[in-house]
Design a protein around this ligand. Sequence first.
Ligand SMILES: Nc1ncnc2c1ncn2[C@@H]1O[C@H](COP(=O)(O)OP(=O)(O)OP(=O)(O)O)[C@@H](O)[C@H]1O
Ligand SMILES: [Mg+2]
Length: 388
Amino acid sequence: MAIQMIKVSIEAKDPGVGETFVKLVQLIGGMEILYPGDVVRPDLLIFELGDDVDEEFKAIRTLREAGAVGDFFLTSGNTDPDILMKAIKAGVTEFFSQPLVEEEVLESLRKFKRKFSEKSRHEIQKAGKIFHVLGGKGGVGTTTVAVNLAVSLAEQEENPSVVLVDLNMLYGEVPLFLSFEPLHDWSTISKNISRLDATYMMDILSAPYHGIRVLPAPNHLNGYYKPTADIIGHLLEFMRGMFDYVVVDGGQSLTDISLKGIEICDDVLLVSVLSLPCLANTNKIFKSFTDLGYFPRDRVKIIINRYMKNSDISIKDAEDSIDQKIFWTIPNDYHTTMAAINQGKPLKALEPKGIITKNFKMLADRLCQKEELPVRKEKKRWWGLSAN
Ligand SMILES: Nc1ncnc2c1ncn2[C@@H]1O[C@H](COP(=O)(O)OP(=O)(O)OP(=O)(O)O)[C@@H](O)[C@H]1O
Ligand SMILES: [Mg+2]
């Protein structure tokens, strides 16, 4: 889970007072000071009262009622009991008389930080799983797997929340696969990453389609705007906090952004087909991830798509060449997968009882560890876990 920085705004009349608060907030750590013009809701506003106390208390009450600020710390050179009473009535958390006693301010900031992180822990309850679907080559079915896996995960009994993120810059096709017109994409969020909270995220994501929400890829270059890997990492971690499952269509890309997604995901689902060039690529990718200890071997799960039992290359050949068990096989069914793409529907909506649809349901169960590992029975269940 990403560490959430506490956003602090400091509004002081006296520059010396302002500087002292900035210094103390920085000493505490885990707090980010907002600057004038930042359109971000402060978790804490440290405010120095001026001469027009009544007006200022009115403003504080309005901000509080609107929920525009989390907590208030006040400070003033005037310690008239009437002001203290007004501060209490306005729901101010701390009042510091001047001159400031630094240890007192530090203690209050520490207390605030403790309370804030406890609250965040309760608010962010989910610790979702991220599956990064990566193609061993272009055109092997990465998007088909990502879309249909996401839909199958959402279908599970517990009704888990699922979001599908398309990381294919420019070539994202998820909206076509689910036939909807996206209003936003991840460039919108990454440009406003400091505004990222649960409400903003829900505004940006698509409405639920077949049980899943989608964050599409930008389909134009947006004035050369390029998000950094850290921004994408932050975005995915934030989603992990909101959803039970995050499925990423990573295409075949190994850019900084995709590598960040791969680094933080729980499992890479490496999609391949039983052809020599694709297996050779799959082998290179698998070895690059695992040989350097970048990834434990069991976190890179190889999925053979378009599996045909009588193919020239067998599952055993593939396993021998990569020196790794194949995790899953998806049957070859060009007719159904192509019809699903052309109609903009997931397989479940097109052929709810189809063999390939059931295969995705079983894959979802297996990834969530509900499926018992079957004994290899290639003859009877050629569409399923033939490789185990
Ligand atoms: N299990 C399958 N059986 C037969 N055909 C399949 C299967 N899965 C995908 N396909 C077909 O493969 C083609 C490519 O699928 P898809 O767009 O999902 O691949 P991709 O790897 O995401 O491609 P790209 O590299 O263009 O992003 C489609 O025509 C699709 O119908
Ligand atoms: Mg694709």
